[in-house]
Design a protein around this ligand. Sequence first.
Ligand code: PEP
Ligand code: MG
Length: 366
Amino acid sequence: PPQINEDFERVVEWADEVRRLGVRANADTFEDATKARELGAEGIGLCRTEHMFMSPDRLPAVRRMILADTPEARADALEEILPMQQADFEGIFTAMKGLPVTVRLLDPPLHEFLPNLVEQSLLVQRLELTGGDEGELKAARATLAQVKRLHEQNPMLGTRGCRLAMLYPEIPEMQTRAIIRAALAVKEREGETVGVEIMIPLVALEQELQTQRSIVERVVAEEVGDSGLEVLIGTMIELPRAALTADRIARHADFFSFGTNDLTQTGIGISRDDAENGFLAQYIIDHVLERNPFESIDVDGVGQLVEIGVEKGRSAKPGLKTGVCGEHGGDPDSVAFFHGAGLDYVSCSPFRVPIARFAAAKAVLD
Ligand code: PEP
Ligand code: MG
């Protein structure tokens, strides 16, 4: 990571005077948010929340939530996690001192929170063979049944993102509550307002965003009271269908953030999990685009989807705020492209923020 010394700081400040694009960071802990601010980030463009469900102290409750068979039991399990997530958000909001923070609601498929199919099958077999504790065997079988139910051949195109939230509305409810309570606590403590932006992932259809927005809005109204806290609700544009129907989606969005990792995966049809390895990596290098499209935006294809998304989104909602939060947000060539496409900001890993600040200035001067 670059060290910020005085000379370097002066040069990036010159860049700041020239650039039009805002530069935010992708950060999801107090430490990353603090680093992002030190490196000049003007907000957080993507706070992923999956780790807030994954840590060992929360996993048992998350698993209970997944195994629960009534909405009430699910909500009970989530209630246990709420204060812990609230504390996480308080840390992030405190570090950002009033700058905007885009929190993305839970994205990964639920099977990621369960033991894997093979391990769980082996556990059940072992308990059956050793004639172990009845209760333990029953629990292991119930988990196995759930693991099988949630198993998908193509999890990246499966029940993740807002699809999860459609099936388990208790999850966005709990997360929204944790976010708003954290923002109000920080506002009270620091005397500074918090720029809360709640983002719905993997939206393909207008109805998905409409439904999710109404859930988030309801909880916001319940929690905000007369505090005057303002909350924006927006969506990721990371599927071709969303980009192509951005005018309809924009009706329910206060902002768009382009998820160019998934948009590249689904736009070109290349698995992002395999792009670094083996045959596919070789194929990409030798035959596709000469450059890895997950590192530098594929201007002709995925780039066009971004341009269409911006144009259609703004045709329905003039001035709609748009950003990008895929890895491309810190790649200089991609930053130049996003500048040309008229985005408002890019968001990248904290250590790439200074590079993005330079690249955004260069895009103006070129
Ligand atoms: C994206 O898809 O570009 C994105 C930012 O989300 P994630 O990488 O978490 O899927
Ligand atoms: Mg994504």
